[in-house]
Design a protein around this ligand. Structure first.
Ligand code: FAD
Length: 402
């Protein structure tokens, strides 16, 4: 019987398995999961999971799903090697499974910078369920929280820490929050929102050392500022998990290199989600770290496996929750030359529409789901929304979609 092996059972890997069955794939599906727990949603790890009042509804699918769909989920099983000649994956030296199709959904891990004191107690990273549980436990006793990195995860955690009364400092080596992920206009808004909640930012400064005796007590910046800390979250980005692929001879370059069909340098072997560097934006290779990217990649690869090959061309979108703000982004902001602010109503919701040469590139919205949903449709259907449409105060993006 034909066999598809999927390495990595998170947002991407589980969606490949689910989509294959939805597309009536009748072969064997083996889903190899290094982590020992049922596959779970990662986004709540920096949001609801840190709030004990929130329910623990984390699982991507109930355990019965895998049985009902005849998906062999191998929990706690790390694939240690891929043999491309024999078309097998190996679990240790004992066990090998042959495959006809192979999907690498190995994701990414937290980047750990080489800094003196990085191994002190209460210096933590956040990627997995155990990471989140350790962080939540450390937060209980913390008063002075330092976050290294003003990216999405760092800011979400800073919001939780500040809101629950901790003195919170965010330090970043660049000049503003979310340098990679957000336009300067929206980043400034987020920064002000954090500052209004008591968060202190230090930009353009690196970390010289983390100080302490067993547990952390302070962070020393390169410019010589010592900041008291009894909890440090290191949130300075991720490293894609490419080593398994590279050892097998599959090409990687800041991610496993794939073509427009998400196929690697080897026929029948695909890479998706956080680990995949795919052509987007007129050919530039890109790695996108978002649930939507992983699940949309997964659907494209499942279609290829069942013989309905199609190029990947989905509009990227992302969300983040900080305080009472739901940030939603559709498209990619880089390269814009005009930002138009559209206040939705009197409730504080708004959206920035970002254009390049009068062509819509991206919409960043706060508590404005109507703008976000419309933006996704406008971008994916290539509708001709122009800056002059937004100049009309009665402009309604929902009506424009029709
Ligand atoms: P991953 O989720 O990284 O999963 C890869 C899996 O593969 C892991 O379980 C890993 O253990 C396993 N694996 C690796 N190597 C092997 C091997 N050799 N054998 C077996 N298994 C292996 N995205 C959003 O869109 N919105 C958000 O609000 C958001 N918030 C986030 C908050 C946090 C705290 C984090 C950490 C991420 C957040 N993200 C968010 C990003 C999102 O979770 C990722 O983009 C998504 O998880 C990527 O899915 P993936 O399947 O590609 O990889």
């Amino acid at each position: 019987m034909e066999t598809t092996v999927i390495i990595g059972a998170s947002h991407g890997g589980v969606q490949v398995a689910a989509s294959l069955r939805e597309m009536n794939y009748s072969g064997r599906i083996i889903l190899a999961a290094e982590e020992p727990h049922l596959p779970y949603h990662r986004p709540p790890l920096s949001k609801a999971l840190l709030d004990p009042a929130q329910p623990d509804g984390l699982m991507l699918r109930p355990s019965a799903f895998y049985e009902q769909k005849d998906i062999t989920l191998r929990l706690g099983k790390r694939v240690d090697a891929i043999d491309l000649d024999k078309h097998v994956v190996r679990f240790g030296s004992e066990e090998a499974i042959g495959f006809d199709h192979l999907v690498l959904a190995t994701g990414a891990r937290a980047r750990i910078p080489r800094i003196e004191g990085i191994n002190l107690r209460n210096v933590l990273t956040l990627r997995t369920l155990p990471d989140a549980k350790s962080l939540a436990a450390s937060l209980t006793n913390a008063q002075d929280v330092v976050v290294l990195g003003a990216g999405m995860i760092g800011l979400e955690f800073a919001a939780v820490a500040a809101r629950t009364g901790r003195r919170t400092t965010v330090i970043d080596a660049t000049s503003r929050p979310l340098l990679r992920g957000l336009s300067p206009e929206m980043a400034q808004h987020l920064q002000q929102m954090h500052e209004a909640n008591g968060v202190r930012f230090i930009f353009d400064d690196g970390i010289a050392a983390i100080e302490g005796n067993e547990a952390v007590t302070a962070v020393m910046t390169k410019s010589g500022q010592r900041i008291k800390a009894d909890l440090v979250l290191v949130a300075v980005g991720v490293v894609p998990n490419v080593e398994l692929a590279v050892a097998a001879g599959i090409e990687a370059d800041n991610g496993i290199v794939v073509d427009t069909h998400l196929q690697t340098s080897h026929e029948g072997i695909y890479a998706i989600g956080d680990c995949a560097a795919f052509p987007a934006n007129g050919g530039n290779r890109l790695r996108i770290e978002s649930v939507q990217n992983a699940t949309d990649h997964a659907r494209t690869v499942a279609a290829s496996i069942v013989g309905k090959r199609q190029p990947f061309n989905k509009v990227p979108w992302f969300w983040s929750d900080q305080y009472d703000a739901k940030l939603q982004i559709a498209g990619l902001w880089n390269g814009y030359d005009q930002a138009i602010l559209r206040p939705s109503s009197n409730d504080g919701s708004f959206a920035y529409y970002l254009f390049a040469n009068d062509k819509l590139l991206c919409v960043e919205a706060i508590n404005a789901p109507g703008d976000h949903v419309a933006a996704r449709k406008i971008l994916s259907d290539g509708l001709d929304l122009r800056p002059e449409h937004l100049a009309d105060p009665s402009f309604d993006p929902k009506l424009f979609m029709r």
